[in-house]
Design a protein around this ligand. Structure first.
Ligand code: G3D
Ligand code: MG
Length: 185
């Protein structure tokens, strides 16, 4: 058996929405009450089971702080899926999602995304129906409400991200094969 493929995925969104906490919860199964500010970028590799298929995700957690803006672009290259994360108690972080979406798409056109309303344990201030509506309208993106604190939907989130990454990678491969077969005629 060959090693399972590795797909690069990223979490983007404003600072403090819970990106690092979601990755920690998923990769290490724990939640830390106090998080130090992510400097630049972190990544972790984690195996995900998609039915019969095993894949590995290299999960990149990009700092949302504007001062790291110039630093971010290079981290988007080779991306297979992205999560747009907002804090469900902070409308401002939700209203910034279009900016995040455009930033990622400018670097990696066509990359699939999910929308994540985190800190759901605190009771959402952003109406979930509104977030879901935007996600659907903007790009038929799946929407999930999560909590890094309780673990709610954290597995589902990363499974979903893994599935999108796998599908996207397969379609890019198929496209490349088609292109090769045409150019060799
Ligand atoms: P970031 O990586 O997006 O910048 P962090 O966000 O993961 O560093 O989290 C920012 C703060 O929100 C942290 O609190 C963290 O504990 C808290 N947090 C993250 N996810 C959740 C969640 O699902 N529920 C609740 N209640 N809190 C969450 P501090 O106090 O360290 O700033
Ligand atoms: Mg962080």
């Amino acid at each position: 058996m060959s090693d399972p493929p590795v797909y690069k995925v990223v979490l983007v969104g404003d600072g403090n929405v819970g990106k690092t906490s979601l990755v920690r919860r998923f990769c290490e199964g724990r939640f830390e009450e106090s998080r130090i500010l992510t400097i630049g970028v972190d990544f972790q590799i984690k195996t995900v089971q998609l039915g019969e298929r095993t894949v590995r995700l290299s999960i990149w957690d990009v700092a949302g702080q504007d001062r790291f803006r110039a630093f971010r672009d290079q981290f988007y290259s080779g991306l297979m899926a992205a999560a747009l994360v907002y804090d469900a108690t902070s409308p401002a972080t939700f209203f910034n999602l279009p900016r995040w979406r455009e930033e990622v798409l400018a670097s990696v056109p066509g990359v699939p995304m999910v929308v994540i309303g985190n800190k759901n344990d605190l009771g959402p201030v952003v109406p979930p129906a509104e977030a879901e509506g935007w996600a659907k309208f903007e790009g038929r993106m799946p929407f999930l409400q999560t909590s890094a604190l309780t673990g709610e939907n954290v597995e589902e989130f990363f499974q979903g991200l893994g599935y999108l990454a796998y599908k996207h990678s397969e379609s890019l491969k198929e496209f490349e094969q088609l292109r090769m077969s045409y150019s060799s005629r």
